[in-house]
Design a protein around this ligand. Structure first.
Ligand code: PRX
Length: 637
């Protein structure tokens, strides 16, 4: 497969960018011509930001799996689609060619059908990073069911909330998952999530860890048994369901500034075109290369750059079950050497954590296959950028710093490898089709370079979210009404003298902990569930490895046993309600929170104290009781 729309030099980038702004419809129609459609579109783009409605390629019909699988079979059927590296280096790697993956996806689509799944049904997928996770996800797309993958670190309560919100009727899970030295009892967590649930019709369980399980008659079935039934039917073929361009492909839950995560909705055609276009361009993928995205498929990065982007481009995507530090901190480098990885796409938090082990784990590792490095998920500090550049890329591989979000479907702002220049800690320039702007507090656009403001996007790109599941109003309110006629990203940003963008971090109450997005309100709600907690306030503070740590101020009615014990109890409560990823790093017990006379918590002050920067607390005279601040400073952890 070649990519006629791959941008090959700086001039071509400027030309493509200009065309995408001046004639967006013609620009995207030309690109969309390179995909497989059952029926072409009637119109390329219909849109309005107020009220919010976006439709790309309306009237077209397709199935994304025909683009990710079937269309590669004739010429590249024997090319590896997925190379899988197990958690344990002792276990042999596994390769699925396009032909094999196509077969397995159809086979599992038949399993889904036999179990009563129909087009439009919602299926929750809660699995470890095994190849069957990719197969299950693609099989949902094949049959036209809406997948909602939930990261294996979320708790039973978090799953239960998501199942209810998505009105899901089916679950695909594993007995357990291996992650480093840990074994995570996924099915047990699902069982807890399903206590009192009467909507789930079927739970399909894939065997990975052989952990003992409860299997409920009439509800739970084994993946392997269901496959055997399909095999004995003898016909693995499963025609790709015809989907409208704007039919929902998936829901993915993400945190915002309210306590309740929202189900970001992505539809079929626009998302496909966007992930493919950005994959092929940002990483400058060349056929035959091995692309290693280290994310989990439970996050948007895995959806877009392990599955849909690479597979729609006929690429070879490496999927890794484990973690960078198991069995030791050379694991990534061993994988790069073993599989001759060409593109390594990871998160700053992973880089910072590996930096902490020094250079020893990199010694004698052959990394010369690497051509392009990428980062995603949070701002990368210059120190980590240079470490990555010098020790991994050997100053020979461009680093693409890709800024995007669950809501954007794919990369919006990034340098393009070997085409547009990289600048340490800058995401740099917008992709064609992306029209960023900076606005001030009042929503007035700040023109010109050397500017600092809130990052908005003026015009829809094909991968933009279409809604938040079951609550379109919430989508409109969150993204399109804070600044009228703009999509508001929630990020602060500056633009330098050359027009390069640098993301400075969230300006709303959303934290980015180890690249995971967590709402402060969500953590507060969880802390407040602990018996004895009267009130809490959560803020972020700089953390050397995680990027941001979680700092909780808690008003407690009576310490049980001792403070340390109570801290552990509160952390466990948060683990049960959200998941271990949201556990506070620090809990300071306080007798009061700094509030204005109208009862609003002044988070700015709490943030400053957590950061240890108490020299510039600003005006505290509007506080109901300014003496609170001194007490908080004294008790700082
Ligand atoms: O704050 C930005 C940060 O991550 C947020 C989006 O999080 P999520 O939806 O979980 O998606 C992460 C993976 C795409 C953004 O609002 N972020 C993401 N990439 C970068 C970044 N911040 C700075 N630089 C980046 N490259």
């Amino acid at each position: 497969m070649n990519y006629p729309y791959q941008i090959k030099n700086l001039e071509a980038y400027h030309k493509a960018y200009q065309e995408s702004v001046e004639q967006p419809e013609a620009f995207w129609a030309n690109i969309a011509e390179h995909f497989t459609w059952k029926k072409k579109w009637d119109s390329v783009l219909n849109w309005s930001f107020s009220p919010y409605k976006v439709e790309w390629f309306k009237g077209a019909q397709l199935n994304i799996t025909e683009n990710c699988l079937d269309r590669h079979l004739e010429k590249n059927g024997d090319r590896p689609a997925i190379v899988w590296e197990a958690n344990s280096p002792e276990q042999a790697a596994l390769t699925l060619t396009y032909r094999q993956l196509h077969f397995k996806v159809m086979q599992f689509a038949n399993v889904l059908k036999n179990n009563g799944v129909k087009k439009g049904d919602r299926i929750c997928i809660y699995m470890g990073m095994v190849p069957e996770l990719s197969i299950a996800t693609l099989a949902c797309a094949r049959i036209g069911a809406i997948h909602s993958v939930i990261f294996g670190g979320f708790s039973a309560q978090a799953i239960a909330d998501r199942l209810e919100d998505a009105k899901a009727e089916f679950i695909i899970t594993c007995d357990g998952a291996y992650r480093g030295a840990k074994e995570i009892p996924l099915k047990d967590v699902i069982d807890d999530a399903l206590i009192g649930n009467h909507s789930i019709k079927r739970v399909i369980v894939y065997t990975r860890t052989h952990a003992p399980l409860s299997m409920i008659k009439g509800r739970d079935v084994w993946w392997e048994d269901e496959i055997k039934k399909v095999e004995s039917d003898g016909n693995p073929y499963f025609p790709a369901e015809t989907m409208d361009a704007e039919d929902i492909l998936f829901i993915l839950y993400t945190s915002g500034s309210t306590g309740k995560p929202k189900g970001v909705v992505h539809t079929t055609a626009g998302y496909m075109v966007w992930t493919n276009y950005t994959f092929v361009n940002v990483f400058q993928y060349e056929p035959g290369q091995i692309h290693f995205c280290t994310a989990d498929i439970g996050w948007i990065t895995g959806h877009s750059y392990i599955l849909y982007g690479p597979l729609s481009a006929g690429a070879t995507s490496l999927m890794f079950e484990g973690i960078p530090t198991y069995p030791d901190a050379s694991r990534f480098w061993d994988i790069v050497e073993k599989h001759k990885v060409n593109i390594l796409y990871t998160a700053p938090t992973a880089i910072r954590s590996l930096m902490g082990f020094g250079l020893e784990p990199l010694q004698n590792k052959n990394l010369c296959s690497l051509k392009v490095l990428g980062t995603v998920g949070e701002p990368i500090n210059e120190e980590a950028w240079h470490w990555y550049d010098e020790n991994v890329g050997k100053k020979n591989s461009p680093i693409v710093d890709t800024w995007w979000q669950t809501e954007t479907g794919g990369i919006l702002i990034s340098n393009i490898a070997n085409v547009t220049p990289g600048v340490p800690s800058f995401a740099t320039l917008p992709m064609p089709g992306v029209q960023p702007c900076l606005v001030d507090e009042k929503g007035i656009e700040i023109e010109g370079n050397n500017a600092n403001g809130n990052l908005c996007i003026k015009f829809p790109w094909p991968g933009i979210l279409r809604s938040t599941y079951g609550d379109h109003e919430r989508c409109e309110k969150t993204y399109f009404s804070i600044y009228k006629n703009y999509y508001f990203t929630g990020d602060g940003c500056l633009r330098d003298a050359k027009g390069n963008y640098r993301i400075t971090g969230r300006v709303d109450d959303v934290l980015n902990v180890s690249g995971h997005r967590i709402g402060t309100a969500e953590v507060e709600n969880a802390i407040n569930c602990h018996t004895g907690v009267i009130e809490s306030a959560v803020v972020g503070y700089p953390h050397d490895i995680k990027g941001q740590g979680i700092y909780a101020y808690v008003i407690f009615s009576g310490i049980h046993e001792n403070e340390e014990h109570t801290r552990k109890d509160i952390s466990l409560t948060v683990s049960k309600i959200i998941g271990a990823i949201a556990k506070p790093d620090k809990i300071q017990f306080v007798s009061a929170l700094p509030k204005t006379r109208s009862g609003k918590i002044m988070r700015r002050i709490l943030r400053k104290i957590a950061e240890g920067d108490t020299s510039t607390l600003g005006d505290t005279t509007t506080l109901l009781d300014p003496t609170v601040v001194e007490i908080l400073i004294e008790g700082r952890l």
